[in-house]
Design a protein around this ligand. Structure first.
Ligand code: PNS
Length: 168
C-alpha cells in the first residue's frame, strides 16, 4: 500500500470563515488526509478559546470524511511530524499575506527542512475576508452571515451579546 499523503492546515481560526473552509475543501481533494491545526498566534489575543475554535471547525467540516481538527501548542513542524504530515498548507490572499507567509514558510523550513509549505491561492470571492474583518463587522452591527458557517454566526452573536451586556 502506498504511503498516505497527509497535510496540516494551520491557523488560529478565531473564528473559522468560509475562506478557510474553501481552502480546507480544496486541500481535502488533493491530500488523503488533512489535519486542521488550531494554534496560537502570539501576536493576537483570541476572542474564542482553543476548545471553542476547534469545536466550531469540527461542526463546519463534519461532512468532509478525510479532515480532522486538533489543537497544538509549540512548534508547528513538530505537530506536523507527530501526525505523519510532510506538507503544511496555507491559504494566500493577493499581496497582503505574502510577506508574512513567506517569512513563516522560511522559518518552518529552517526548523525542519523535510516539511514543505504549499500555498493555495484564496478564491477570488474571499480575497478580502479574514477572521478579524468578520469580528469587526459583527461588532459594528453588519451582516456577515454569508461569510461564515451558521454555527460560527451563532457563536459570534452570542459572544458579542455577552460582551455588550457586560459593558453596560
Ligand atoms: O491564522 P494565523 O494567526 O496566521 O496562524 C498562525 C499560526 C498559529 C499558524 C502560527 O503562529 C504558528 O505556526 N504558531 C506555532 C509556532 C510556530 O511553529 N511558529 C512558526 C515558526 S517560528
Amino acid at each position: 500500500m502506498s504511503k498516505q499523503r497527509i497535510a496540516v492546515y494551520p491557523g488560529s481560526f478565531d473564528p473559522v470563515t468560509n475562506g478557510h473552509l474553501d481552502v480546507i475543501r480544496r486541500a481535502a481533494g488533493i491530500f488523503d488526509k488533512v489535519i486542521v491545526g488550531v494554534g496560537r498566534n502570539v501576536g493576537k489575543a483570541p476572542l474564542f478559546t482553543t476548545e471553542e475554535r476547534v469545536s466550531l471547525i469540527q461542526v463546519a467540516v463534519s461532512e468532509l470524511q478525510n479532515v480532522e481538527v486538533e489543537s497544538f501548542d509549540g512548534m508547528l513542524v513538530a505537530f506536523a511530524k507527530q501526525h505523519g504530515a510532510s506538507v503544511l498548507v496555507k491559504g494566500l490572499r493577493a499581496i497582503s499575506d505574502f510577506e508574512y507567509e513567506f517569512q513563516m514558510a522560511l522559518a518552518n523550513r529552517h526548523l525542519d527542512p523535510t516539511v514543505e509549505t504549499m500555498f493555495l491561492m484564496t478564491s477570488a470571492e474571499y480575497q478580502f475576508l479574514s477572521s478579524s474583518i468578520v469580528k469587526e463587522m459583527v461588532r459594528v452591527g453588519g451582516d456577515c452571515s454569508p461569510l461564515v458557517p451558521s454555527v460560527v454566526m451563532d457563536a459570534l452573536r452570542r459572544s458579542f451579546d455577552v460582551n455588550t451586556s457586560q459593558e453596560r
